[in-house]
Design a protein around this ligand. Structure first.
Ligand code: SF4
Length: 362
């Protein structure tokens, strides 16, 4: 929160000015006893409240100290209440970066509906559904706009509600990623989840791109890469990275033995020998997904996915014109989605039964 950081800095500057003024008065640090505020980023309203109280006591002893009086007034009337307000807002925000004033549980997101054509963000919830034969088997609501980090909590909610999980999870590329693949593997779920570059990889541009390591050879036994110029990249060291949710990713770093005089030097803008950073685990997951999606069964399932959740959302939003939640707050909106799912499933079942009866009459 930028405003909070600015305010914390302002308080620090003010305290430094008070301290400076005290020194200039050539008075000893006579018990002004300015509290340790620490780093400006760690300044809390609690610490500031204590500091302001001490300054007020000091002002009682020296009521004619005008600069001190001015500083105390600014702290008490403006800075302290603002810091408290920012802290309250931060508590509501959690790990989000926005919330709506009319529904603090809702987060600002880019919606597909954009009547003004200006990409305006609107408050909403990210609703995830799992379907089978266009029946909703599970749903969950999320306060983040992107889908990637919704997969795990969604699957967990479905598992808690149904007591079991399907054998295969099919989802689009928005849910792909090492963290999700690792989670699905740990739950022994088959992942038919595309990763971000799955479709791009099939393009001629991608396949002819000499800089892409997907077009290079990896020697598992030697743990070396061979680039398109036929030169070898050898392992140097390993580093660890973390995703937003704290999932650890291990990267292996390789460096070319020599890029000197390479006719394909345009493969890198870097000077010297090219270096690459790879997560072998992610590579393995991507290879597994590639193979599954290219298999007959995998292809059939991925085609089926196209008419699963998409058409259910279409039924609810377009055919039944449900475009806005009527309630406010995560628990109530969650309940609303539950009722909608129930209604959708009952209508679907009724339509199937009706069709069956018609067929029997023919
Ligand atoms: S620049 Fe280096 S890594 Fe790139 S193709 Fe040439 S030798 Fe290989």
């Amino acid at each position: 929160m930028k405003q909070k950081a600015k305010l914390q800095e302002k308080v620090q500057t003010l305290f430094s000015a008070i301290e400076e003024a005290e020194k200039m008065d050539e008075q000893e640090h006579r018990g002004l006893d300015l509290p340790e505020l620490g780093e400006s980023t760690s300044l809390t309203s609690e610490k500031l409240e204590a500091a302001v109280k001490r300054l007020e006591d000091k002002l009682h002893e020296q009521p004619k100290d005008k600069p001190l009086k001015k500083a105390v007034r600014e702290l008490r009337k403006d800075l302290l209440p603002r810091l408290q307000k920012y802290e309250d807002q931060q508590a509501v925000l959690g790990d989000r970066n926005s919330f709506s004033k009319t529904d603090p549980d809702a987060t600002f997101m880019r919606m597909k509906e954009d009547h003004m054509l200006n990409g305006q963000l609107k408050p909403g919830y990210n609703v995830q559904i799992g379907t089978e034969n266009q029946f909703i088997v599970g749903y969950s609501l999320h306060q983040r706009p992107t889908d990637t980090r919704c997969l795990k909590p969604h699957v967990e909610k479905v598992k808690a509600a149904l007591g079991r999980l399907p054998g295969t999870v099919i989802a689009d590329a928005g849910y792909g990623g090492e963290e999700n693949y690792a989670y699905l593997e740990s739950e022994q779920l088959e992942a038919l989840v595309k990763y971000g570059t799955y479709h791009k990889e099939k393009s001629k541009n991608w396949q002819n791109d000499i800089s892409k390591i997907d077009n290079w050879d990896y020697n598992d036994a030697e743990d070396t890469w061979t680039c398109l110029a036929g030169r070898m990249l050898v392992f140097r060291y390993e580093s660890k990275g973390k995703t937003e949710s704290g999932f650890e990713i291990q990267h292996r770093h390789y460096r070319s033995t020599s890029c000197e005089g390479c006719p394909l030097k345009s493969c890198t803008k870097a000077q010297g020998n090219r270096e690459i950073k790879v997560s072998l685990r992610y590579m393995r997951y991507k290879q597994q997904v590639r193979e599954k999606l290219l298999s007959e069964e995998g292809y059939a399932l991925s085609v089926r996915r196209m008419i699963e959740p998409g058409s259910v959302f279409g039924q609810v939003k377009s055919n039944r014109s449900f475009r806005r939640f009527l309630l406010r707050g995560l628990p109530k909106v969650s309940l609303e989605v539950g009722w909608l799912s129930l209604a959708h499933n009952l209508l679907k079942k009724a339509a199937i039964d009706q069709n069956k009866m018609k067929m029997e009459q023919i």
